[in-house]
Design a protein around this ligand. Sequence first.
Ligand code: ATP
Length: 230
Amino acid sequence: MSLLRTEGLTRIYGGLKAVDEVDFTLPEGEVHALIGPNGAGKSTFVGMVSGRIEASAGRVWFDGREITHLPAHKRIRAGMAYTFQITAIYAKLSLFDNVALALRNRDRAAAQEALDHVGLAERGDQLAGYLSYGHQRLLEIAMGVAQRPRLLILDEPTQGLAESEIAEFNALIKRLAGETTILLIEHNMDVVRALAERITVLDAGRVLARGTPEDIHADPAVQAAYLGTG
Ligand SMILES: Nc1ncnc2c1ncn2[C@@H]1O[C@H](COP(=O)(O)OP(=O)(O)OP(=O)(O)O)[C@@H](O)[C@H]1O
């Protein structure tokens, strides 16, 4: 069964259709990458899925239930977690407290387990502000994972990471893949090829192509619009 589905999902800003009638299906358990040039509508699309941006038209279903008008906090409760393009950690709190805040409780075991997942278990008592940028991004993922989401949405998680940190990130997503469904907005095509089972390509708000990494790589429209320019 599909965990997430959209039908005709649209967001209009003034005269601009940032997302234009997007039909999208994400089966439970899949790692799916959403790619496309800058301004294609990727962040706007996941904003509507997560409830941070109101849809102008169209519908969204999560786990069989229509959630088009459900507030963001209720979607989190229903099992969605997401990290943003911009880091959203509290620098003056410990790693443990950051995760506990995301969990809205002080379940030490759950917070520790999430930090363990991302390889930061030893540092639970350190202040988050002292972490390297790459480790701050991993901490954000821990904050998402701690909630044991059914769907984890990651918006450009490898942006600004060093090569070694990207390798750590890839390994982390492979570990998580068996446990949760993952929707990944990603510009780094090496990461997409390493992780995604299926890809959707957005261009100017519309779905340009969808398929396996092989399908997408071979698609002439994608090459013209996107890969060829990379
Ligand atoms: N709040 C807003 N008001 C007006 N226009 C917006 C707003 N948010 C996004 N847009 C426009 O909508 C289009 C899609 O933007 P969006 O950020 O969703 O693209 P993206 O694919 O995530 O791009 P990037 O890869 O650069 O993050 C762009 O043309 C953008 O300028």
